[in-house]
Design a protein around this ligand. Sequence first.
Ligand SMILES: Cc1cc2nc3c(=O)[nH]c(=O)nc-3n(C[C@H](O)[C@H](O)[C@H](O)COP(=O)(O)O)c2cc1C
Length: 199
Amino acid sequence: MTPLDLLLSRFSTDALVQPAPDAAQLERILSAAMCAPDHGRLRPWRYVVIRDDARARVAELVVASMKRLDPEVSEAKIEKRRDRFSTMPLVIALGMHLRPDHKIPVIEQEMAVAAAAMNVLNALHFTGFGGVWVSGDVTYDPQFAAELGFDAPHRLAGFLFVGTPGPDARPARRAVVDGYVAQWNGPATRFAVDDSDAR
Ligand SMILES: Cc1cc2nc3c(=O)[nH]c(=O)nc-3n(C[C@H](O)[C@H](O)[C@H](O)COP(=O)(O)O)c2cc1C
């Protein structure tokens, strides 16, 4: 398999089983973040590694946030979320150390965090592991972010659930790229995928 074939075979999955990367493997995998495009070299990405018993403890913070955001939230939703955070082989909270006063616009800082997260997902795949990036309302709850160490203006970008793809993991079906590419010759571009959208 060429490196590009390997990249094209990446998919997200939450059908994850043990093992998760150990400390040494994870250090190599997270090093991929340091290769992300990053305007101003601000390195705004931060990774909070949540293993073992800490998963159940963070799950309780997630549940408390859900109840704070929606006092009517159903018990079923709470149980599902508690279960996911407590049982995924490894959880990584994606932090964004943002500098709104810096000349680099915040959106570019956020995009660097996203680019770094993508590098980490690719590194997981390249090393035989897998994962998925999830968010949900709790990601944008300032109190929950602060509890994880991200007081405003710093924020969360979500979580990576990480482990080894299990027997239920299914590779994604991918759309062909042609409709997302246009040749520019002067007039404003149009894309086949947008022309075919039902409006
Ligand atoms: C910022 C961000 C937040 C996401 N949040 C969720 C989420 O909360 N739940 C979910 O099922 N997928 C979420 N996704 C999508 C998955 O990470 C994943 O991309 C999707 O399942 C498609 O799989 P693929 O990466 O194999 O194409 C999110 C993606 C991004 C970039």
